[in-house]
Design a protein around this ligand. Structure first.
Ligand code: ATP
Length: 866
């Protein structure tokens, strides 16, 4: 326990798994937590008078239990025995060999194959914030710096599993970025410029970071240095697979803030079970392709050349299905190249994974060949850059057994014929049966004993067994080892020698296999870069194939990317909604045209449920998909490059962050208005609805006016229920009214879902309420109020109408009944002084009222009976 406490003191905020013999044990508070998370038994142990909780599991189950702890957000320090207990008489030496945390995990059980597992560090600089992301499992290392808003967006995009922060800024982080992240605090001195540069240069073996194009990012570099420092602290020292650090080139990608990413439900959604765009379009096969697609989705391109190149490849694959099929068939054969090679670097690769790596590399050859033979330039370049890794493959092939096990200790890792001494030892160890049969025959002949048997057991080792009837024929030099009821067991000199040889051989084989395997893994480190490059190229190819396949299945078209400012979508569809319509219903396509001269702002009115939001979102999604290189759900699409996409939805709830809904809505909108550019696409969905009608209309009007008058003239779609806004088109020449049409039937409404020019007058909200199963009484009343309101001409008048009508109705509905009990009740309620009423009194009052009513109810029931 003394040793335990000393080690535990060094890792106070981690759960310590303490190796004791064949078990990993946890003690005290750790044990209580471990038992709860792992559902294992919690026991007590008496440690010299003090009782302490204890919970443990067998060491070979580490792979089962460790991921559960890490997924539950625990930092886990693994403390192993550092020497063979047989070799020491004193207490065995122990030390922490690895600290596994949510952001630093390599095991397949913790990682999700189609997502990166990023560790992040944030540095609060004087002017900017620096940020750095590192995925230890793939070797990707990125940095950036900027305003809090930019950092927030990156956090949203990269969704790190763990964030490292300087202790001093504990409070700032929570208020700036929320409390949803696993945060770990580092000492202040880690976040220093000199220390960071030294750490990074030390790791990359460089004298300056200029070559990576990050040296000017002072804050970003500090954050990156902190990440590397943290890895060293957590005993992760083998990091050769982190071969470079790169800047997140903000200016190359379409700007989408975190609200937009969330609103468009690109790859996560606040609603449970919601289907995201990624769910619908992801046809990637490999894990690295899946991860890249997510990145492409978060970071659509702004460079038209690059976008067009992707479109060309997709078009080519679409036109040559046989090539698409062939490439995808090969990608199916590949494992996660990126994570496999990272395991090689960190020394955690298993023999079976080495074979998987070889097989994956073999599957690259036909892809390379196919790509090189294509008449598409971009595909040819991919083919050209794919590395055949010939030497690596052949070395693995000749040295590792094709059926190698997961654990080196299981043996049979090294291939036959690779190492002479190993083969000889194996011959001794495993061809023993022939040798023993041979010996048995010789001894039987020499002694004349017919029923001799050779065997072995754990206690006595090898022996020759003689039945009692032949006891007298046993030669004098045989040594008796054991006496049974009917037989005696002996050992001979020859058998003794044989036994020593076999036992030695088995141990030697294991040692040799381990040595040879480690040597191979070390040698493989030279191939980190080519394999990483292959992984990147295959990921790209996989994404492009995914686009082609999706375009083929869903009949997407190739968008035209243009340098102008116009946006013209003909017969566009919402890629997610169209997949979720009930059978028999088909998506109604809609065309949208926006430019900066004639039709800059489209004001879309239309009833509830008519499809306004769908039109807004489909427009954003089509632009976004086009600029990430995909084909789009439309008949045709001409897209003048967009550099920022903003979407805002009125009154999205954000109570968990402690802000009023309307405040959030206004915050978000203010953010748009302060950031618009000439190439922005702005989508406003019922902005203003979070406040009173008057305020709402005024704000919505002013925002639209601002967007119209702004010199950037951003293309804007504004969906609203405020029909008053339709008047804007009279004054503002580039604002145009559209509505999503419906057909009014006698007492029903048919949604046609077509966007047509012109404003609309009704919202049919009450109709939607009816569809939702609202009580008749409410619907009836709402209709009445609506009629009255529509008759009145201004709002003041209408509120008078409302008040009067409300008073009348209330009386009608509740108290205009000739019932003395209800009269009493009314008096009772009116006399309550809410200001002085305590909660308990309120409850008691309620109970009293209930009792009064239940007496009445009972009486009524009895009357009915009689
Ligand atoms: N073009 C379309 N074709 C087929 N179904 C559609 C179409 N557009 C919308 N829908 C269906 O109608 C539903 C409502 O659409 P949406 O949310 O866009 O309406 P809305 O006008 O924004 O409503 P509200 O004003 O109440 O927010 C969608 O969930 C979808 O199922």
């Amino acid at each position: 326990m003394k040793q335990y406490l000393a080690i535990k003191a060094k890792y106070p905020d981690a759960m310590l798994l303490f190796r004791v013999g064949d078990f990993y044990e946890t003690f005290g508070a750790d044990a209580v937590v471990a038992a709860r998370i792992l559902n294992i038994v919690l026991t007590n142990r008496n440690n010299g008078g003090e009782r302490s909780e204890l919970a443990g599991f067998p060491h070979h189950s580490l792979n089962t239990y460790l991921p559960k702890l890490v997924k539950a957000g625990q930092r886990v320090a693994i403390c192993d025995q550092l020497e063979d207990p047989k070799m020491t008489k004193k207490i065995v030496k122990r030390g922490v060999t690895e600290l596994v945390t949510p952001g630093v995990a390599l095991s397949d059980e913790v990682l999700n194959s189609k997502s990166n597992n990023f560790l992040c560090a944030i540095h609060y600089g004087k002017r900017n914030l620096g940020i750095s992301f590192l995925d230890v499992s793939t070797g990707e290392f990125l940095t950036a710096q900027g305003t809090q808003e930019y950092i927030d967006k990156l956090l949203q995009n990269f969704n790190p599993s763990e964030v490292l922060i300087q202790k001093k800024y504990k409070k700032n982080f929570a208020s700036d970025f929320g409390e949803d992240y696993h945060v770990f605090y580092l000492e202040d001195w880690v976040f220093k410029n000199d220390f960071a540069s030294e750490t990074l240069n030390g790791h990359f073996n460089t004298v300056s970071l200029k070559g990576f194009g990050v040296s000017h990012l002072e804050e970003g570099v500090i954050a990156s240095g902190a990440i590397l420092h943290y890895l060293a602290e957590t005993q992760h020292n083998k990091l050769q697979h982190i071969t470079a650090i790169s800047r997140i080139a903000e200016e190359e990608y379409v700007w989408m803030d975190r609200f937009t990413i969330r609103n468009l439900e690109l790859y996560h959604s606040t609603a449970a079970n919601a289907v995201t765009l990624l769910d619908v379009i992801d046809k990637t096969i490999s894990p690295m392709g899946g991860r890249l697609l997510k990145r492409w989705l978060a970071l659509p391109l702004k460079n038209s050349e690059k976008i067009k190149k992707r479109h060309e490849v997709v078009g080519y694959l679409l036109a040559h299905p046989e090539i698409l099929y062939k490439v995808q068939e090969q990608i199916k054969e590949m494992s996660d190249l990126e994570r496999l090679i990272s395991k090689v670097a960190t020394g955690k690769v298993s023999p079976r994974e080495v074979i998987q790596l070889k097989n994956s590399l073999e599957a690259i050859l036909p892809v390379k060949e196919t790509a090189l033979a294509c008449e598409n330039e971009a595909l040819k370049v991919i083919g050209d850059n794919l590395h055949a890794c010939e030497l690596l493959r052949s070395k693995i092939k000749e040295s590792i057994n094709e059926e190698a096990p997961v654990l080196v200790q299981k043996g049979n890792v090294i291939a036959k014929g690779f190492h002479k001494e190993l083969d000889e030892l194996r011959a001794i160890a495993f061809s023993g049966k022939d040798y023993l049969d041979n010996m048995l025959e010789r001894e039987s002949a020499a002694t004349g004993i017919t029923s001799l048997k050779i065997g072995n057991n754990n206690v006595y080792g090898y022996y020759i067994e003689v039945r009692n009837t032949h006891k007298d024929k046993v030669p004098a030099e045989w040594v008796r080892k054991q006496t049974l009821v009917n037989a005696e067991r002996y050992i001979t000199e020859e058998l003794k020698e044989y036994e020593a040889k076999i036992l030695g051989a088995e141990e030697k084989i294991l040692q040799l296999e381990q040595d040879l395997f480690s040597k191979l893994v070390l040698w493989m480190n030279d191939y980190i870069q080519p394999v990483q490059q292959n992984a990147q190229l295959i990921a790209q190819l996989d994404c492009l194939c995914s686009f082609a396949q999706q375009a083929n299945i869903e009949q997407y078209c190739k968008p035209e990317i243009e340098e102008g400012f116009e946006l013209q979508i003909e017969d566009g569809r919402h890629p997610v909604i169209e997949k979720q319509l009930p059978i028999g219903e088909s998506y109604v396509t809609n065309s949208v045209f926006l430019d900066r001269e004639e039709q800059q702002v489209i004001m879309i009115t239309g009833p509830n449920m008519s499809g306004k939001s769908a039109i807004l979102r489909q427009t954003a999604l089509i632009v976004l998909m086009a600029q990430m290189g995909s084909f789009v759900p439309a008949k045709s699409a001409n897209i003048g490059l967009v550099d920022k996409i903003f979407t805002r939805v009125g009154a999205s709830d954000n109570i968990s962050m402690g802000e009023s809904t309307f405040m959030v809505e206004m915050n978000e909108t203010a953010n748009i208005l302060n950031n618009i550019s000439e190439r922005s696409l702005v989508l406003l969905d019922e902005i203003g609805r979070g406040t009173s009608t008057y305020d709402g209309i005024s704000i919505a009007w002013a925002i639209s006016e601002y967007l119209h008058e702004h010199p950037s003239r951003p293309k804007t779609l504004f969906a609203t229920h405020y029909h008053e806004l339709n008047e804007m088109c009279d004054t503002f020449s580039r604002i145009k009214n559209y509505n999503v049409s419906v057909k009014e039937l006698e007492d029903n409404v048919l949604f046609l879902r077509k966007l047509v020019p012109g404003g609309s007058e009704h919202s049919f909200g009450i109709h939607v309420a009816k569809m939702a199963g609202m009580p008749q009484q409410v619907l009836h009343r709402a209709n009445k109020i609506l009629k009255k309101l529509e008759q009145s001409h201004n709002m003041e008048e209408s509120s008078e109408v409302l008040k009067k009508s409300a008073e009348e109705e209330m009386q009608l509905s509740f108290f205009n009944l000739d019932d003395p009990l209800l009269e009493d009740l009314r008096d009772e309620l009116v006399s309550i002084d809410i200001d002085t009423l305590t909660p308990v009194e309120a409850l008691m009052k309620l109970n009293e009222i209930k009792r009064m009513l239940s007496v009445k109810q009972k009486k009524k029931a009895e009357n009915v009976k009689n």
